[in-house]
Design a protein around this ligand. Structure first.
Ligand SMILES: O=C(O)CCC(=O)C(=O)O
Length: 291
C-alpha cells in the first residue's frame, strides 16, 4: 500500500476521502492510546456523581461501576433535565483531552489531508450520549453551519468512539459526497431544546445514508460540509465519543469558540503547543504569528 506524500493515509484512503467526504479508520487507537482521555472523562463523572450525591439526588456514586455504564446508571432514575444541566457535550480543559488531541496517529492521518502545519480548532466535544436523553441524538447538519463566516477551509472532524458505537447506542450516520455541497440553510433544533443546527427532511436530497457502526478506538474523519447525524441511544450504557477538529495553520483560528492550538509543525516544531500552554488557554500558534 502506498502512503501518500506525507502522513499515514494510503492513496486509496485519500482518494476515498476526497470522493466520499469521509473515511473510517477502524481501531486506529489502542486501549493504551485511550487511557488518558478515559481517565479525564471518569474524573468528570466522579465530579458529577459527587454533586448528585450532595444534592440528595442519588444515594450511591457507583464508584466501582465500569466506565461504559457508570454515567448511565447514575442518571437512570433522574430526568433528562437533570442530565442536561451538565451539558449535552463537554469541553473541559483536562490533560487527557490534550493527550488525545495531540496523538501522533491522529495527526499523521490529518497530515495526509491538509499537510504538516496543523492547527487544532477550538471546537472539540466530549459526548456522553446517555440512554433516555432525547437530546443525545444529533439532527442532520453540516459542521460548517456552526462557523458559516469563518475563513477556514477545510476543517476536518475526527470523530472517535471510546466504546463500540452501534446502531443501538446511536452511532454516526453520514451522507457521502455531500461535502461538495454549499452550506445549506439550517434551523435551530427546538424539540429537545438543544439548539443544534438542523436540516429539514426535504434538504437531505436523495443520497443514501451510510450508517457507521465502529469498534472502540476507531476514527471517522469527515469534511465540515458533509451531512451527518446520530440516532438516540437505545442501549443501557453510554455511547462515549469525542469529536476533534483540525485545519491548516493559515486558516481562521475562530477565537470566538475558544483557544485552539498548534498541534504539529514541521516548520516551527519548537512552537508546537505543550500541555502547559493548552491548560493556560494560550491562544496564538498560527502561522502568521510565528514569522
Ligand atoms: O457524536 C455524535 O453523535 C454527533 C457528532 C457530530 O455531529 C459531530 O461530530 O459534528
Amino acid at each position: 500500500m502506498d502512503v501518500y506524500v506525507s502522513g499515514s493515509l494510503t492513496k486509496e484512503q485519500l482518494d476515498f476521502y476526497n470522493e466520499e467526504g469521509y473515511l473510517v479508520l477502524p481501531e486506529l487507537l489502542t486501549e493504551e492510546d485511550l487511557q488518558a482521555v478515559k481517565q479525564a472523562m471518569s474524573q468528570k463523572v466522579t465530579q458529577i456523581a459527587d454533586e448528585l450525591l450532595a444534592a440528595g439526588l442519588i444515594t450511591d456514586t457507583l464508584a466501582d461501576t465500569p466506565f461504559p455504564n457508570r454515567l448511565a446508571d447514575l442518571f437512570k432514575d433522574l430526568s433528562a433535565e437533570e442530565f442536561l444541566k451538565y451539558g449535552r457535550s463537554w469541553r473541559d480543559r483536562l490533560p487527557g483531552y490534550f493527550t488525545l488531541m495531540s496523538n501522533p496517529k491522529i495527526l499523521n492521518a490529518v497530515e495526509s489531508l491538509i499537510g504538516g502545519e496543523i492547527f487544532s480548532n477550538p471546537v472539540y466535544n466530549v459526548r456522553p450520549k446517555v440512554p433516555l436523553v432525547a437530546a443525545g441524538a444529533v439532527p442532520w447538519h453540516q459542521d460548517k453551519s456552526y462557523w458559516p463566516d469563518a475563513n477556514a477551509n477545510p476543517v476536518i472532524t475526527v470523530w472517535i468512539s471510546l466504546v463500540d458505537a452501534t446502531e443501538e447506542n446511536g452511532c454516526l450516520h453520514i451522507k457521502p459526497r455531500t461535502h461538495k455541497k454549499r452550506v445549506l440553510k439550517w434551523h435551530r433544533e427546538s424539540a429537545t431544546g438543544t439548539g443544534y443546527t438542523a436540516l429539514s427532511e426535504k434538504q437531505l436530497g436523495t443520497t443514501p445514508t451510510v450508517i457507521l457502526p465502529v469498534k472502540a478506538g476507531s476514527a471517522i474523519l469527515f469534511n465540515d460540509r458533509c451531512l451527518h447525524m446520530s440516532t438516540p441511544n437505545l442501549s443501557k450504557s453510554v455511547r462515549w465519543s469525542v469529536d476533534l477538529r483540525y485545519q491548516p495553520t493559515d486558516q481562521d483560528p475562530m477565537p470566538q469558540h475558544g483557544a485552539g492550538f498548534l498541534a504539529r509543525s514541521h516548520k516551527y516544531p519548537e512552537r508546537v503547543c505543550t500541555l502547559a500552554d493548552w491548560l493556560n488557554n494560550q491562544p496564538e500558534h498560527r502561522e502568521q504569528d510565528l514569522r
